[in-house]
Design a protein around this ligand. Sequence first.
Ligand code: FES
Ligand code: FE
Length: 343
Amino acid sequence: MLVTQQPVFRKFWHPVMPLSQLATGTPQPFTLLGEAIVLWLGADGEPRALKDRCCHRTAKLSKGRCIDGALQCGYHGWTYDGTGRVIRIPQYDEGREIPAGYCTPAYRCQAAYGYAWVALEEPLAPIPEMPEFGAPGWRTIFQFHEVWATSPVRALENSFDNSHFSFVHRATFGVAAQPKPSRYELVEQDGGSGGFYAETVIAATNPPAFHRVSGSSEPITQRHMRNAYYLPFARRLDIEYPSGVRHVILNGFTPIDDGHIQLCQWLFRNDTEADCPQQLLIDFDHVITREDKDILESTDPDAVVDLRRRGVEFSMDSDRPGILIRKQLMELLARHGEAEVHR
Ligand code: FES
Ligand code: FE
């Protein structure tokens, strides 16, 4: 599937960048679904997003500057508000009216969990709820936002695939001697927003370096995994260890273009900095995500989604979550009159 060729994905919220990156006061470029956009913070501190193209002579607005909450083009200084209207042309005499048509497209943009999220068109579903964010007893750790040369379907499927641990993660938590995956209990969510919930318990190696992460010192521990899929490209993974420590990850696999995603990863923990330092948790998940990144970047980003296309990729029993993701994506496309677009 070529994500930029499927217009329905424009109708969802995607996490684009941390608000801290916008707080620098310079406009920031991003490519979302092949669309060049620019983000900045308005005077109220809320993020804004416009097409990254000045309506005067097409210069990239991300090369401009933020002035009193407005965005000024770096070429001739035309200045935009958050709705995309030109509100100032410095070359005009005072009081001269700016034609109403002088504007560039604006996109829906909102702050959630410390990130700016953008929907290119009216969103069909809300941003997934993360009750742990800001809740008493929980801390939020911004782990990653980085570009991977893969597609959201590949990254999503991988995040529900418990057959790769013994191979991709054999150097970290995968138990090489146990390649047979534990079975997932899959529950499809009712209602228009779709998604599903998948639960399983897996064995995980627990060397001394992981003791503070798992809150236990057993050589092999258990991970009770509660994994939820949110259409189209987000998932929440709640890992509970026997110690009671919970390691809750939110991933947004933001589609940049047909060969790249931005991996956004938040971590929520119910322990304290003294129990397990933030940097240790970032380093721990960094090593594991490098293992996934390396193998995913070797796959074809144009993943088969319509399984009626036989013979392109073959499946096994443990691919059920990935098959369910495909089924739900196909239903979404069908509801919006689309078929899978692929090479
Ligand atoms: Fe932007 Fe001229 S190109 S002001
Ligand atoms: Fe993995």
